[in-house]
Design a binder for this molecule. Structure first.
Ligand SMILES: Nc1ncnc2c1ncn2[C@@H]1O[C@H](COP(=O)(O)OP(=O)(O)O)[C@@H](O)[C@H]1O
Ligand SMILES: CC(=O)N[C@@H](CCC(=O)OP(=O)(O)O)C(=O)O
Length: 292
């Protein structure tokens, strides 16, 4: 596949009108942020989208970056169904790493490419309100599910998109860290795929693009599955074909499609110019998720 930016753009011309004025929500996962050149490509792609009249909104993760800081403090990361167990000390680290280091790094990179990025957490403008998540775990089918307390892990209870509209209308690119605020001002750690899906729904986005570290949904032979629907997903989860971090991703994609988002894709953020290739080529890359 050709991924020279000029060639991608020539192929893109017919698509540009289609996306003009539309919102594209891109979830930038922590695993896709590792390489310097790729980080530059990503910032470049997002800036370019804004230049051609698209409204990109970035929601980022940073799981590996949080792990690194926790490791250096001697704190072992523990995950329950893909969610980080978040006690008060861990919550402080999560907020510092996501809202501080990772968010500002992405903002600075987009601005260096000529974009006007503004970093936010869910606390800004009450963008993301959250409540405590309860996790149910059933080891044995004959026993009732066990209730697990994951600490300060949040479920999104509401999105107030006013601040996003204000920023995008003025030419800014919102870059959002997945930290939410509770009714009493408490801070919640939320999975970034979940935040991206809820933000995309609230904005009635044209596309939700989830960037990860594999080509998309893979089958048992590790071959890319270019499209999956809710029934395929259910079967693949039940037969262990989709596991771990891919489960929230496909579920978030389905949730977005059920809530006004036109199309949802899971693609490899380690490919140069992955976002442009997905949007502006006929074949696209990665997996497109359908409801049926
Ligand atoms: N069927 C599948 N297809 C692709 N990836 C899968 C599948 N099942 C499990 N995975 C795992 O899900 C991972 C992506 O989830 P995660 O690590 O949470 O990504 P991110 O950090 O980008 O949010 C892949 O690297 C892979 O190990
Ligand atoms: C509750 C929960 O697990 N939150 C995530 C938030 C960051 C995230 O989702 O980052 P990636 O997209 O890079 O995995 C965490 O603490 O790692």
């Amino acid at each position: 596949m050709n991924n020279n930016v000029a060639d991608i753009l020539i192929e893109a011309l017919p698509y540009i009108k289609r996306f003009s004025g539309k919102t594209i929500v891109v979830k930038y996962g922590g695993h896709a942020m590792k390489d310097e050149n790729l980080k530059k490509d990503f910032a470049n792609d997002i800036t370019l989208l804004k230049y051609i009249g698209v409204n990109p909104v970035v929601v980022h993760g940073g799981g590996p970056q949080i792990n690194k800081v926790l490791d250096s403090m001697g704190i072992t990361s523990r995950f329950i169904r893909g969610m980080r167990y978040t006690d008060d000390e861990t919550m402080d680290v999560v907020e510092m790493v996501l809202g501080g280091k990772v968010n500002k790094d992405i903002v600075a990179r987009i601005n260096r490419q000529g974009g006007k990025a503004v970093g936010l957490t869910g606390k800004d403008g009450m963008l993301i309100t959250a409540k405590k998540m309860t996790i149910y775990h059933q080891e044995d089918e004959n026993k009732p599910p066990e209730i697990i307390d994951p600490g300060m892990v949040g479920d999104v209870s509401g999105i107030n998109p006013d601040i996003i509209h204000t920023l995008t209308d003025k030419g800014f690119i919102p870059v959002i860290a997945p930290v939410g605020v509770g009714k009493n001002g408490e801070t919640y750690n939320i999975n970034a795929d979940v935040v991206a899906s809820k933000i995309a729904s609230a904005l009635k986005a044209e596309r939700l693009i989830l960037l990860t570290d594999v080509d998309g949904v893979l089958d048992k032979d590790k071959k890319l599955v270019s499209s999956v629907d809710a029934a395929n997903i259910k079967e693949m989860i039940e037969t262990d074909g989709i596991k771990g971090g891919m489960i929230p991703k496909v579920e978030c994609a389905l949730d977005a499609l059920r809530n006004s988002v036109k199309k949802a894709h899971i693609i490899n953020g380690k490919l140069p110019h992955a976002v442009l290739l997905e949007l502006f080529t006929d074949s696209g890359i990665g997996t497109q998720v359908f409801l049926n």
